[in-house]
Design a protein. Structure first.
Length: 228
């Protein structure tokens, strides 16, 4: 499936995509652009085609300063019609999909890049441009974990399907894996270039290291059995 927001149909003021999030059913895709626009696309799982789409909101970024305040992180809150965004404007925003309104704005301590929500809807994991990873309680706003883990911006955070592990990738090519929600370090992995994506099975794709080639790596986290 391939979608281009540059098509006139989408009426985007700047269609360069900066954030994507597909719900766990595989039907609703949220797309955030550098122009601070958020779209909801309805996907037909069988045909993998866009059935319909709608323009949700503009927010999070300054239209005059695309490159310094652009929308980077977006995540659907599981089992709800609510989603959360973070941006380089140092804001976390909560949105209502149906009413297309902003429910809440939270000031962050720094420019944010990525966000993930756990299955209980209580924990938010936020990655910042200064390399910090935070675990925040969504209900009371308390920061339960905060540490600068990387020397470069955090580019992706992902929870495992069973919610027992959290992986964070950085622009410097480092991937750290934590026990969740205790945030105890479990593993440190090194990639050859900037990590741009991590799927739920902890397979990730990095930025191309050479023109026309995609650099990727697969890591298996299972422990080897000791020989008797």
């Amino acid at each position: 499936m391939s979608i281009s927001l540059a098509e006139e149909t989408y009426c985007s003021i700047n269609p360069e995509i900066r954030a994507l999030n597909l719900d766990r059913v595989g039907k609703n895709l949220l797309v955030g652009t550098i122009g601070s626009e958020i779209y909801e696309l309805s996907i037909e799982p069988a045909s993998k085609c866009v059935e319909n789409w709608r323009f949700l909101v503009r927010g999070n970024a300054s239209l005059r300063k695309f490159r310094t305040t652009e929308l980077r992180g977006i995540a659907i809150v599981p089992n709800t019609r609510v989603f959360v965004t973070v941006s380089e404007d140092s804001k976390l925003r909560l949105w209502d999909l149906d009413q297309r309104i902003q429910l809440q704005v939270v000031n962050l301590e720094s420019k944010a890049r990525v966000v993930e929500v756990d299955e209980t809807n209580q924990q938010l994991v936020i990655g910042f441009t200064n390399g910090t990873v935070q675990l925040v309680n969504r209900l009371n706003g308390m920061i339960e974990f905060s540490r600068q883990e990387f020397e470069t911006p955090v580019t992706v955070v992902r929870l495992s399907p069973d919610q027992s592990l959290l992986a964070a990738g950085s622009e410097g090519g480092i991937v750290k894996v934590y026990k969740f929600p205790s945030m105890r370090s479990a593993m440190l992995l090194k990639h050859s270039s900037a990590v741009t994506n991590l799927d739920l099975s902890l397979i990730h794709i990095s930025e191309p290291t050479r023109p026309l080639y995609i650099s990727y790596a697969v890591f298996c986290l299972k422990k080897k059995k000791k020989k008797k």
